[in-house]
Design a protein around this ligand. Structure first.
Ligand code: SF4
Length: 232
């Protein structure tokens, strides 16, 4: 009799234990997924907020310079673009606009004497755009000094972690969308840093220190940060 009573109780406890563990596992799984989803949402919301803040800041700079936002963006693009990216085609890609739309703005900026056009010396089919001194003067000072000082306030570890996380996000986006990020040359996976001069691993051409700080249409985020070559 004793055995008959003990066995079902034991079985009951085992089943209850399994059931409780399964429930806890399930609840934990759902909760992790929920928190993960919440974190993704939060991160996305933060990115949207930063993008909006940058856009609004850009609009204010344009208005105070007496320019339309797109004109201000074109001038700042031509100030920052490297020699692989100073064409109407690259500019249209950067703005995500058609070449026709961009060419209207270019004509206007050219008529003010703020930009210049020149045929490429090596390939006469290519038109190179440039920023004139008057065009540079339209841009005034640095657009994002507040951001530079906000970044400078960050503790070094947080700064490094944010940089790694954002670079990874951008890299993932670039791979998934096959989109161009127009990143800064020295952060590109093809950038080969040297002591005297740098080199582009994609074109094989030499890059100056100034080139390394410009933006490039061919820029690719390193898949892994250790991807970037060390000093040659
Ligand atoms: S290293 Fe990358 S970003 Fe720099 S010029 Fe070459 S492709 Fe462009």
């Amino acid at each position: 009799m004793t055995t008959n009573v003990v066995k079902p109780t034991f079985m009951f406890r085992i089943e209850t234990f399994i059931s409780v563990v399964s429930t806890l596992f399930f609840v934990n799984f759902i909760s992790n997924r929920y928190h993960h989803a919440m974190n993704e949402d939060r991160l996305h919301t933060l990115l949207v907020c930063i993008a909006r803040a940058l856009q609004s800041e850009q609009r204010q700079h344009a208005v105070s310079a007496g320019l339309l936002p797109v004109q201000w963006t074109i001038l700042s693009y031509l100030r920052d673009a490297n020699r692989y990216s100073n064409t109407p085609q690259a500019l249209a890609e950067f703005l995500a606009l058609t070449k026709g739309t961009v060419s209207q703005s270019l004509k206007l900026l050219e008529s003010h004497g703020w930009i210049s056009r020149a045929t490429d010396a090596a390939d006469r089919r290519i038109v190179r755009l440039g920023l004139t001194e008057t065009g540079r003067a339209q841009l005034g000072g640095t657009a994002s000094s507040e951001w530079v000082s906000a970044i400078a306030q960050m503790p070094r570890a947080q700064h490094a972690a944010a940089e790694t996380a954002l670079a990874q996000l951008l890299g993932e986006w670039q791979q998934t969308r096959r989109g161009r990020t127009f990143g800064v040359c020295r952060s590109c996976r093809h950038f080969q840093a040297g002591r005297m001069e740098h080199r582009c691993g994609l074109t094989g051409e030499a890059l100056s220190e100034e080139d390394s700080g410009k933006i490039c249409r061919e820029h690719e985020e390193p898949v892994d940060r250790s991807d970037q070559p060390a000093l040659a």
